[in-house]
Design a protein around this ligand. Structure first.
Ligand SMILES: *Cc1c(COP(=O)(O)O)cnc(C)c1O
Length: 384
């Protein structure tokens, strides 16, 4: 099936019809009042989502990784030292990005699936101070939500800036930019907000702007000063031609997201996560990763003994058009993942679990039909 009916992957996430309609409508010309209103509205809503009053939020046409790259290019000079606690694929992306730009990366390496231990980071920073700590809130490869609040505290105590990849967590789990003392946080359009891929957003504090003033790494397309200058026009603009359609869709997506308020959106993510996890456990499969109660974005699941995890994700896609995510790195073949952040309904989860039950049965795993679905229904009924 080339057009999957059910996406249960951690980005891009299912796009609601309102968003498709908005991005399928005529373009708002990107210089002038129409686009200015659009940018003001989107940036304003994102500030609420970040829980910040003190940060500037810049919008860039790129995938999430472009937003991360912009942080490296705008904050640092060659040879600057940063600390990256490693516990999965996306923490490793920070390391590779920093090294590609000539930074010196110090780290503690954790086994994938572990939570980073703030005291251990504090000890490492006390022994060897760095300019910044680069964190990943939702380690999408393992499903683990890292303790960013505590990690930001120890980084601040050590005098380091705090830069957070919140691409797969912003809007799905609690995040407090101002209260936690974050300096820079990057998000993306195609994750919890359920818009199309193509826009990255970056929140930036005064301390980060000060670092930007003296940073000497080469930058052009992603130069934050240029974005700020255009964002401060009477009718805000992007310096370059932005992904206008995606921006129109993102505005509609934010409208839907805020429909019932931020707290309701977070609670929805918690409920969907619990339903998936209880459904999986009802099938007798083992969940992977620490801190399951907090891991509302992605559920990582160990394939049963004797079954390759990739066979499960391949087969469910071939038979039902249902997209799950395979294991990455050392988890390839032993773990598969269900993404459940974004504009999912209860029935999306039920359909996915039903497809998984049938797939596992076809692959010879003993399934009590309906058991995962029943467990998920139990969670939904309790919280209704
Ligand atoms: C999806 C994701 C990104 C960004 O990936 P892009 O493909 O560049 O949008 C970055 N960090 C995390 C944790 C992610 O889940």
């Amino acid at each position: 099936m080339n057009r999957p009916e059910i996406i249960l992957a951690p980005g891009p996430t299912p796009i609601p019809p309102e968003v498709f309609l908005a991005q399928g409508s005529p373009l708002v010309y990107h210089r002038g009042p129409g686009f200015g209103d659009l940018m003001r509205d989107v940036a304003g809503r994102l500030k609420v989502l970040y829980r910040t009053e003190r940060a500037d939020v810049l919008l860039m046409t790129s995938s999430g990784t472009g937003g991360l790259e912009s942080a490296i290019q705008n904050l640092f000079s060659p040879g600057d030292e940063v600390f990256v606690p490693l516990a999965g694929f996306f923490a490793d992306r920070w390391k590779r990005l920093a090294e590609a730009h000539g930074l010196v990366v110090r780290s503690i390496e954790y086994e994938w699936g572990r939570r980073i231990v703030p005291d251990e980071v504090a000890a490492a920073l006390a022994e060897h101070p760095v300019k910044a700590v680069l964190l990943t809130q939702s380690e999408t490869s393992t499903g683990v939500i890292q303790p960013v609040e505590e990690l930001a505290r120890v980084a601040n105590e050590a005098g380091a800036m705090v830069v957070v990849d919140a691409v797969s967590s912003l809007g799905a789990v609690p995040f407090e930019f101002d209260a936690w003392g974050i300096d820079v946080a990057v998000g993306g359009s195609q994750k919890a907000l359920s818009a199309s891929p193509g826009i990255a957003f970056v929140a930036i504090t005064e301390r980060a702007w000060a670092a930007h003033e003296t940073a000497t790494l080469p930058r052009f397309y992603f130069d934050w000063s240029t974005y700020r200058r255009f964002a401060e026009l009477k009718d805000p603009e992007n310096p370059w031609t932005p992904a206008i359609s995606v921006m129109q869709g993102l505005q509609a997506a934010l409208e839907l997201y805020f429909q019932d308020g931020l707290d309701a959106a977070l609670l929805r993510h918690r409920t969907l996560s619990r339903a998936v996890k209880q459904g999986i456990e009802a099938l007798g499969l083992d969940l992977f990763g620490e801190g399951l109660e907090d891991n509302w974005t992605v559920t990582a699941i160990r394939a049963p003994e004797g079954l390759d995890a990739d066979t499960i994700s391949d087969r469910i896609r071939a038979d039902f058009g249902c997209i799950l995510a395979p294991g990455q790195g050392p988890l390839k073949g032993t773990v598969f993942r269900i993404g459940h952040f974004g504009y999912f309904s209860e029935l999306d989860i039920i359909r996915g679990l039903a497809a998984l039950e049938m797939t596992l049965e076809r692959l010879g795993y003993p399934v009590k039909r309906g058991s995962a679905v029943a467990a998920a229904e139990g969670v939904f009924q309790e919280t209704a």
